[in-house]
Write a protein that binds this ligand. Structure first.
Ligand code: PMV
Length: 355
């Protein structure tokens, strides 16, 4: 069998972060910075996993890994107990990544024997920046293993294939993170834009638009938990005010959802997107989740008529800047880099998983 390449994109939250915690709608999009896996089937029942970005290179005897029966699958968190001592990788992102692999591999073995495999995954996504790097990795794992096991109909391209990949990737994410929302792996699987409301399945939007953006990593570390708690405290103190802000953010997501699905021409779409990007950032800032570094990014880009908003939890992390047609993206990127920020020129709304 021939080696094959699998890739999956990262994600940004376009609109609706924080409000989504209160049942409002958020819009996320795929960001064309991807994780890439090179999978080579092998005949010796050995499994080798190489993750050069995080220093992992393990080889395991496939016959000694657990075959996870259906009943074992309800508790992805237990994978540590099942294979923990066998993998010999210290605590940290590397160990988490190997556990997710071992879990999905075990699930594959329950249905397809114990196929040998070498898998090397590299990623262009910064880790811990809110860009969904772990979900992109999980989708690459899921798609590579399902393809290896002959469980996909058409190289991951049909609706049924994608549903299966997404379901497996979600389990990989559960091993890595406990209780993820499922939005990141859905974006990495389906690509494009996606509407998400708590308690409902993520809804891929039949969008025809892709957006040019800059993504700027402020390199300021953030705590999602502390930021979410801060918004909660503000809402407890001022419900009559904060609930209106959350509703306004919901309105922004609804507007975006309609825009993405409309056949509006590029210029009209850009103008309206500019407005809601600015509004969403202002509302997040009112909720207290911005940061001086994010405000600096916003000022620099606004001076060149490019609107920005924070993306994800805020308090640092990344900002998202719209790049209207003809805007001086390279000049702004250079200005941001000169201030010590990491700036990526990319596209939101591009393709999902590809084999
Ligand atoms: O920074 P991220 O991608 O982990 O996003 C956090 C999004 C929040 O709405 C702030 C929290 C959440 O659980 O939805």
């Amino acid at each position: 069998e021939a080696p094959f390449v699998v890739s999956a994109p990262g994600k940004v939250i376009m609109f609706g972060e924080h409000a989504v915690v209160y049942g409002k709608t958020a819009i996320a999009g795929s960001v064309d910075m991807r994780a890439y896996g090179l999978a080579a089937p092998r005949s010796d029942q050995q499994v080798r996993l190489v993750l050069p970005d995080i220093g992992v290179d393990v080889q395991l005897d496939a016959t000694q890994l657990p075959r996870l029966a259906a009943g074992d699958l309800a508790h992805p968190g237990d994978v540590e107990a099942l294979v923990g001592q066998r993998i010999g990788v210290p605590d940290g992102p590397g160990r988490t990544a190997v556990l997710a692999f071992a879990y999905l591999y075990g699930r594959l073995c329950a249905g397809s024997g114990a196929p040998g495999l070498s898998l090397c995954v590299r990623s262009l996504l910064p880790v811990g920046a809110g860009l969904g790097s772990s979900a992109a990795y999980s989708v690459v794992l899921a798609a590579a293993l399902l393809q290896l096991g002959g469980q996909l109909q058409a190289l991951g391209a049909t609706a049924a294939d994608r549903r299966l990949i997404n379901e497996w990737a979600f389990q990989g994410e559960q091993v890595a993170h406990g209780t993820p929302s499922g939005i990141d792996n859905s974006v990495a699987t389906y690509g494009g834009f996606l509407e998400y409301t708590r308690g409902r399945d993520p809804l891929p939007l039949p969008s025809t638009h892709a957006l040019r953006v800059l993504i700027t990593n402020t390199n300021v570390p953030k705590s999602t938990k502390a930021l979410v708690a801060g918004v909660r405290a503000l809402r407890d103190a001022h419900p009559a005010v904060v609930d209106h802000i959350l509703d306004a953010i919901h309105g922004i997501s609804a507007t975006a959802s309609a825009l993405f699905q409309s056949p509006a021409d590029g210029g009209a779409l850009e103008r309206q997107m500019s407005d809601i990007v600015r509004l969403n950032h202002a509302l997040l800032s009112a909720l207290g989740v911005s940061h001086p570094a994010l405000e600096r990014v916003r000022d620099i880009t606004a001076a060149r008529h490019m609107p920005s908003k924070l993306t994800g939890a805020g308090g640092g992390g990344c900002a998202l800047t719209l790049v209207p047609a003809g805007a001086p993206a390279a000049a702004v990127a250079a200005e941001l880099a000169a201030e010590g920020f990491c700036c990526y020129e990319t596209v939101v709304g591009g393709p999902g998983v590809a084999i």
